[in-house]
Design a protein around this ligand. Structure first.
Ligand SMILES: NC(=O)c1ccc[n+]([C@@H]2O[C@H](COP(=O)([O-])OP(=O)(O)OC[C@H]3O[C@@H](n4cnc5c(N)ncnc54)[C@H](OP(=O)(O)O)[C@@H]3O)[C@@H](O)[C@H]2O)c1
Length: 250
């Protein structure tokens, strides 16, 4: 039985990915900042572990408790939408601590065991904001673009040791907890002088033509994990796939 460790499984894409791999008969190590056993089906194949990816101590404890991990999915993330000049730097740092340095720290923690076994897969979940620049998302985009570059480079050295490295790039998922999962209110990040600029953007956000469902991301992570080629990029969801076809064809 193969073991997958997933960060940020208390809601959204991570929770659905944990369900998906459990249904496929995998041993799933579902990690949450505050583990809640009611969120996933009871199963002897499920291990719940506490993990905050911004804490080195939490990472060390979780990796030690996990034992051998065949697949690591770095899914945990937080967002920020707003005018960059109004986004407090302490919040920009918090976004990077989670979305960027948290992912890097998790990779560093799991690579030694995968390198020793000369096998393993690391999937880093970024976003369709890396496929085309979107407005009012500068700090968030930077945190995810950093992981796109990081993963592309890392893939070369890990390939040498039989470890596959993948990027899953989900589109906009209005049904996850992503927009609520922040202590910074969008209204505070749109100063009055930006109101005219922001209004049509928020109107378009409210009525998207294509979106991403949790199941799209879980299925794409499944595809990425089972892909034995050197393919790096896996857009997930109808909007992300359409965007990647436009931008990568250009
Ligand atoms: N929804 C979208 O529109 C969208 C689009 C593109 C990409 N994404 C990316 O997809 C991933 C999942 O997002 P989602 O939409 O499923 O949002 P979500 O429902 O808010 O899930 C995010 C998960 O990350 C966890 N998390 C946050 N900070 C953490 C930390 N420091 N340590 C460990 N876990 C932490 C949250 O746990 P808590 O319950 O403890 O807060 C939650 O389980 C993120 O990387 C996000 O950037 C989302």
């Amino acid at each position: 039985m193969q073991t997958i460790m997933i960060t940020g499984t208390s809601s959204g894409y991570g929770l659905e990915t944990a369900r998906h791999f459990l249904a496929k008969g995998w041993h799933v190590i579902a990690t949450m900042r505050r583990p809640n056993p009611d969120l996933l089906p009871q199963s002897p194949n499920l291990t719940l572990l506490p993990l905050d990816v911004t804490s080195d101590e939490s990472i060390t404890t979780a990796i030690a408790a996990a034992g051998p991990v065949d697949v690591l999915v770095n899914n945990a993330g937080i967002g920020v939408v707003g005018a960059f000049e109004a986004t407090p730097m302490h919040h920009v740092r918090k976004v990077f601590d989670t979305n960027t340095f948290g992912v890097m720290a998790m990779c560093q923690a799991v690579i030694p065991q995968m390198r020793t076994r000369r096998s393993g897969v690391i999937v880093n979940v970024t976003s369709s904001v890396t496929l085309a620049a979107m407005p009012l998302a500068a700090a968030y985009t930077a945190s995810k673009q950093a992981i796109e570059g990081f993963t592309g480079s890392l893939a070369h050295e890990l390939h040498h040791f039989g470890i596959r490295t993948k990027l899953v790039e989900p589109g906009y998922g209005p049904t996850t907890r992503f927009s609520q999962n922040t202590n910074v209110r969008i209204e505070d990040l749109i100063p009055e002088t930006y109101a005219d600029f922001a209004a049509p953007i928020f109107a378009a956000f409210a009525a998207p033509t294509l979106t991403t469902q949790e199941a799209d991301v879980a299925e794409t992570i499944w595809t990425a994990v089972n892909d034995t080629t050197e393919r790096l990029h896996f857009p997930a969801g109808a909007d992300a796939i359409a965007l990647s076809q436009q931008t990568r064809a250009a």
